[in-house]
Design a protein around this ligand. Structure first.
Ligand SMILES: [Zn+2]
Length: 318
């Protein structure tokens, strides 16, 4: 049994808690506290908040933690624990020597993994992919991210950028501009904002009766009630994601696809189209690949980050 600090640094909030590893059993996450990231205040401010949160977690731990596992937005070099690039949502976060700073401040070993990769590692090892040799993990919410995990190791790629499944071409997105600057990518069609945009384009209400902007849960409710525009918007998104997942399974042949994020809660207009798109693209032997839901929720990146710390320490010992 060993206690670790787990940290998840996102664009809007920082979650920090304790992760207890018990031999062979699911890690226990406790005493998680969340604070705003205030990313617009710059990288130095975010770093100061992280150090403060880590020290507070160490102080409230029932026994001394043996290390700090961090999941962070941005491009991470897991070998050094540096943030090598962050987009305009976290100005000044790129270039932060995160692991070095944390170890300097609290004297504990620290490792850092990109947040999508950490989420995937957590789900692969202890969530929906437990006991499976390989999984493709895909999170669909305001954006789309993913990772392929084989034998407990994340496929990082040569720029630590592997898994950007939201930025692969798909037929339904032909001509649609993407946040990355390209056109024709999956994300603007299949992520939450794409469903809302399409719903409005098809004549759906841009706002709710109380004046708040339309949101995905309401579109899903309307789709269940038979609203044709809502159903069509969900169908376009599900079909596009299904086609890309089918293509990816032809390439990678994972034991399962694990789906998480708000969009995967959508009803049959979305999930039937997902299946149809998948079956249309997947070759016969991989068409039986199960698509299962993520099981760890917000704990996935904390567990994955600590798992990464333990695994990298093990690799160093060898
Ligand atoms: Zn893109």
């Amino acid at each position: 049994m060993a206690m670790y600090v787990g940290v998840d640094i996102g664009g809007t909030k920082i979650a920090c808690g304790l992760v207890e590893l018990v031999d062979g059993a699911e890690p226990v996450v406790s005493l998680v506290e969340k604070v705003p990231t205030d990313a617009q205040l710059g990288g130095a401010h975010v770093l100061a908040t992280v150090l403060e949160q880590v020290k507070a977690a160490i102080a409230r731990a029932p026994e001394p933690p043996c290390g700090v596992g961090i999941s962070s937005a941005g491009v991470v070099d897991p070998a050094t624990g540096d943030i090598t690039f962050a987009n305009e949502l976290m100005p000044g976060w790129g270039g932060t020597h995160l692991a070095t700073e944390v170890t300097g401040a609290c004297g504990l070993p620290c490792s850092v993994l990109n947040d999508v990769h950490a989420h995937a590692l957590g789900e692969a090892r202890w969530g929906g992919g437990r006991g499976m040799a390989s999984v493709l993990v895909v999170a669909v919410g305001t954006g789309i991210g993913g990772a392929y995990v084989e034998d407990g190791a994340i496929m990082l790629g040569s720029h630590n950028e592997a898994g950007h499944i939201g930025h692969v071409a798909c037929i339904a997105a032909a001509g649609v501009p993407c946040s990355c600057g390209a056109t024709g990518h999956l994300e603007p069609v299949a992520a939450g904002p794409g469903i809302i945009d399409e719903y409005i384009r098809l004549g759906g209400d841009p706002t709710l009766p109380d004046g708040t902007p339309m949101h995905g849960a309401e579109i899903d409710r309307r789709a269940a009630d038979g609203d044709e525009a809502a159903r069509a918007a969900e169908r376009r998104a599900g079909l596009a994601l299904g086609e890309v997942l089918g293509s990816m399974c032809n390439m990678l042949d994972p034991a399962a696809v694990i789906l998480s994020g708000s969009v995967v809660q959508c009803g049959p207009a979305w999930s039937d189209a997902l299946r149809e798109g998948f079956d249309g693209q997947a070759m016969p032997p991989v068409r039986t690949t199960p698509m299962v839901s993520g099981q760890l929720g917000d704990n996935a990146p904390l567990i994955g980050a600590v798992e990464n710390l333990v695994v990298s320490a093990y690799r160093e010992l060898r």
